[in-house]
Design a protein. Structure first.
Length: 182
């Protein structure tokens, strides 16, 4: 697995991903906010709610609650952590076709934009602050439903990749020119 970036660089990259997502979400027109991006896909509102839910669940786990339920065997998890996770972190891209776990799938809505985005920013900020503070804590773990337990540096990198993935989704739906990380 590639070496994790220094704490400050990882935190800045994560903060940038949140700012990018929020900016893209605020650019979506009011009429398009609750409308699916394309057939069979979520609306921008549902995408924002999904990202908010992910940060809220991680925040809950970091505060002593339960995290995501792991859905892979230890052998599959080991293989994915060895082969796929380094590629995801190095490329900044999630594999196509991976569905969100049930606990992170939003309902039909409606999802008021500013409420969702403000809650997302608060939860993401809390997660970032906790991961930075506990960066070297061997007892701090964030559970991923496929990859299992991630240490704070890996969790921060993965959260950045996940948030940028969904920011790109919104940017693509808006027809924006390619971002710097494409």
């Amino acid at each position: 697995m590639p070496a994790s970036p220094p704490r400050d660089a990882a935190a800045q990259s994560h903060a940038d991903s949140i700012a990018r997502f929020v900016a893209a979400a605020r650019t979506v027109s009011d009429t398009a906010w609750e409308r699916p991006i394309s057939h069979g896909h979520w609306s921008p509102a549902q995408v924002a709610e999904h990202v908010r839910m992910a940060y809220a669940l991680v925040q809950h786990q970091l505060s002593g609650g339960s995290g995501m339920r792991i859905r892979t065997s230890w052998l599959v998890r080991l293989m994915l952590r060895w082969r796929s996770l380094p590629r995801i972190l190095a490329s900044g891209r999630l594999p196509d076709g991976v569905r969100a776990p049930r606990e992170l799938r939003p309902g039909d809505g409606p999802y008021p934009r500013e409420q969702v985005l403000q809650a997302l920013q608060v939860a993401a900020g809390n997660v970032q602050e906790t991961l930075v503070r506990r960066w070297d804590d061997p007892n701090c773990r964030v559970t991923h439903f496929i990859l299992g337990d991630l240490d704070p540096p890996t969790a921060m990198q993965f959260a950045t990749v996940h948030t940028n993935h969904h920011a790109r989704q919104l940017e693509d739906a808006l027809g924006r020119p390619a971002g710097r990380d494409r």
